[in-house]
Write a protein that binds this ligand. Sequence first.
Ligand SMILES: Nc1nc2c(ncn2[C@@H]2O[C@H](COP(=O)(O)OP(=O)(O)O)[C@@H](O)[C@H]2O)c(=O)[nH]1
Ligand SMILES: [Mg+2]
Length: 380
Amino acid sequence: MDRNIEKIVQDCVNEIQNKIKNLTKLNIMVIGKSGVGKSTLINSLFRGNFAETGLGRPVTKEIRLIEKADFPLRIYDTPGFELSNAQQKEVKEEILDIIEKGFRAQDINEAVHCIWYCINVNGNRTFDESELSWLREFTQSPTLGAVPVMVILTQACPKSKGLEMKALVEKENLHIAKVVPVLARDMNFDDEYTAKAYGLETLIEVMSEALSPDLQDTLQNLQKVSLESKKKRAHAVVAAAVAAAFGEGAAPVPFMDAFMLVPTQISMIASITVIFGMDISKSLLTSFVSSVVGTAGATVFGRTIASNLLKAIPGAGTIVGGTISGATAGLITTALGESYIKIMELVYMGEVRKEELYGRKGKKLMTDIFKENLGRIKKK
Ligand SMILES: Nc1nc2c(ncn2[C@@H]2O[C@H](COP(=O)(O)OP(=O)(O)O)[C@@H](O)[C@H]2O)c(=O)[nH]1
Ligand SMILES: [Mg+2]
């Protein structure tokens, strides 16, 4: 195998591991009576069957922390919350205490990033007044600061009832970010009727809007319900990579030195991999890199960019004076990033098995996708 390709792939693998290791941990405080569907929600939303990995360790009398080594999610769970008067007070104090400690740590990995207050819709004719009054009091605590509170209406079926309850909560004008009705898993009724799960994608959108930029990659890495949300983030990564390296006023890239492009592109590929939250093997990356590099005999990542590749892009011109313009390098990088997103999408959707991408047919598919993306740029 080409030594150059081998090195690029190894750098890519290292960069992916590095980015995963350095993902900011997302800390969610999940509050709600036992049985409302907190664990089910977490497992439906995030990869890794996280909430099944045990009860977590007690951090206070009522609150447990679920965490897993090398996993960028930590859940503060209130598994035994029953809303008796004494317990209500106690849980509130404990939650505020944990939030306060998080602030004091001055470390984003220790802060509580958002709060889910879960209320069960199923079987509720109206609200348990004590639940609303708890929430009212809780959301007025100054300690809460800017930590967003989301009210999640769990097991919200039928949908109409979920919406009814949503309107009721919203009427309260509480200090909360959003009310989101969800049905985390399909629900069967007497084998005659199945209510389909819904609302999870909306919850991811709401989370994405509420969380700081530092947590966006983490959120996407963890969530397994919204392809659209992953793609949106991945497109943004491509645009940012291109703008940073080859944006307006970027110097021409010395042609013989076009490997200057490599770190930018490797970092971009690694970020997209992290966003999709899948295990991507060295074989797949090798296959991808070599199929892209092989296109029109060009080394997109490498030292040279063949002139016939440049011909595919109007205005790119030929290689004059030993440089290619920053804009051209940007266009190629865009095509590269968008192609990789497309491949991740196919694997994510199960339309292509990873193993299928290692062989000749897989390489051909990836080459075609890359050419198609270059062609799309040509049209613009
Ligand atoms: N079909 C279906 N069952 C759910 C849903 N949410 C919760 N359940 C069921 O309700 C029960 C309690 O849920 P669980 O997640 O353990 O509640 P927790 O005590 O709040 O963590 C379990 O039997 C779940 O299977 C849902 O969205 N759909
Ligand atoms: Mg639970």
